[in-house]
Design a protein around this ligand. Structure first.
Ligand SMILES: *Cc1c(COP(=O)(O)O)cnc(C)c1O
Length: 483
């Protein structure tokens, strides 16, 4: 399998070449040259693999179709080391839980929750990041290289990256976060890590200041090369690929026959999670609808309703109670648009490079391809607000005794608007309620439960360096700690 850029660059690369890279050289995103189509009987075989050998074995099957430059035995071992009950809490790794069965046009229609948030940082980002940590360690050892990961986080991504990379050979993490802006729980999770290769940098400023520092360091190409600076952001293809697996695992748990269809509702921000669903569907997984659920930051909902993609400025980005979906533009969205316009690289370059940078938007409403968004690609969308979130959390807890986090609540709220008679609807649970306790208390008047392993983490000693929002300060810090 070779990988190409969404903007038409002629190079074709292999999996391990793009593993440690961010964007393609022309600013595009990497995608496989084609989606491997499931052959007759493959779904049945994978169902048996999942049932008899578990999630890690299924992950190996899916990854094998996309990775041909890691020896199969090694790839299998990496999957087995990643997806263990010790790391993800259950043998099922992504257990499916029925919420309720709703009558739609007289037909019983199950609403289910797929738990993706039982990894070390209690958000679904662990599902991909844990694999990425093992892949990075493997590939760096093979090359005899090291990598310094520099990132900016407002919460979930940074902690998932740190827990995935802690103690890994050849990798250091320098993670900036805005001082005093993350939840107490998130701060405690990150800052209590004592691993020598993890560096927490608390910046006097907001998230955008952190991101600007990271961008400035990356723009200094000689510094970047000298200190081997890399990233783990959500455009990384390996992260997306890891996420494809749980669409299959959800499907196998929700159905008995390979002819049945299911839908997925996905709380969305940067479009990474739901884009993995798109890949699964393109491979031939019988997905009826892919429901994109946004919060008040509804860039994606606007596109899927109207065809207009209009990125927002940071001043127009709302701070909400589902903060991991507070985005101004959706960094993985270009991948879907590439498929939507028939994989026309120059056209994508025109849309994302020219139109977006000059006008801040593009409009596909009048283009015949936009009419295909639902019928051909299965996409639908909706938005949810703070009031919806509170109402959904109260309703699920009051009637069913199930507590969901704020992002998952957005997913449930939008899923209900798109139910089709008899088609199981699987909502992806993207975080556990304890991560966003303040809103849960607002909704229910009580604290969510926390996993026993995380009792009292707020009292643990902390390892964090405070810093001004100054590019030279972070460069000096990196230089000093890279030996
Ligand atoms: C990152 C995140 C999302 C958004 O996922 P995308 O892949 O960016 O669309 C949703 N919910 C939670 C809890 C997250 O951490």
């Amino acid at each position: 399998m070779r990988y190409l850029s969404t903007r038409g660059h002629p190079d074709r690369k292999r999996f391990c070449e793009i593993l440690l890279e961010g964007l393609a050289p022309d600013g595009g995103l990497y995608l496989p040259e084609r989606y491997p189509a499931l052959d007759a009987g493959q779904l049945a075989r994978w169902r048996a693999v999942h049932r008899d050998q578990g999630y890690a074995a299924l992950a190996f099957e899916v990854l094998s179709l996309y990775v041909d430059d890691i020896a199969p035995a090694d790839l299998r071992r990496l999957c087995e080391r990643t997806y263990t009950a010790a790391v993800f809490g259950t043998e099922a790794i992504v257990p499916l839980r029925p919420l309720e069965t709703v009558q739609v046009e007289g037909q019983p229609t199950p609403l289910l929750l797929e738990a993706l948030s039982n990894g070390p940082t209690l958000a679904f980002k662990d599902m991909a990041m844990q694999l990425l940590g093992n892949l990075f360690e493997y590939e760096l050892a093979r090359r005899g290289e090291s990598l310094n990961i520099l990132g900016a986080t407002s919460g979930d991504t940074g902690s998932a990256a740190e827990y995935a990379m802690r103690g890994k050979q050849g990798v250091r993490v320098f993670m900036t976060s805005p001082h005093g802006r993350m939840s107490t729980f998130q701060q405690a999770q990150m800052f209590s890590l004592m691993d020598a290769n993890i560096h927490n940098i608390s910046v006097d400023g907001v998230f955008d200041d952190c991101q600007d520092m990271v961008k400035a360091v990356s723009a200094d190409l000689s510094f970047k090369r000298r200190y081997r600076i890399g990233t783990v952001n959500s455009i990384n293809w390996a992260r997306l690929l890891a996420q494809v697996v749980y669409y299959f695992a959800g499907y196998f748990q929700a159905t008995r026959s390979d002819r049945q269809r299911v839908s997925f509702a996905v709380p969305s921000g940067n479009f990474g999670n739901v884009c993995a669903g798109h890949v699964a569907r393109m491979m031939g997984l019988p997905i009826d609808q892919l429901i994109v659920a946004t919060n008040e930051n509804d860039v994606l909902d606007e596109f899927f309703r109207t065809g207009l993609y209009r990125v927002r400025g940071s001043a127009d980005t709302h701070e909400t109670s589902s903060p991991s979906m507070d985005i101004s533009k959706a960094s993985n969205f270009e991948r879907f648009v590439f498929d939507l316009v028939g994989r026309d690289g120059p056209r994508v370059r025109g849309l994302f490079e020219t139109a977006l940078s000059q006008r801040g938007c593009f409009d596909l409403a009048a283009d015949p391809v936009f009419a295909q968004v639902g019928p051909r690609f299965g996409f639908a969308s909706g938005r949810s607000t703070h009031a919806d979130r509170l109402a959904t959390i109260r309703d699920l807890y009051g009637r069913l005794g199930v507590m969901v986090d704020t992002h998952t609540a957005d997913g449930v709220k939008v899923a209900r608007q798109h139910l089709r008679a008899g088609v199981p609807m699987i909502v992806l649970e993207t975080a556990l309620p304890i991560k966003f306790a303040a809103t849960l208390v607002e909704a229910l008047g009580r604290e969510p439960e926390r996993p026993p392993a995380l009792a009292g983490i707020e009292q643990l000693p902390r390892r964090v360096t405070r810093m001004a929002a100054d590019v030279n300060a972070i460069k000096a810090y990196i230089a000093e700690h890279c030996g």
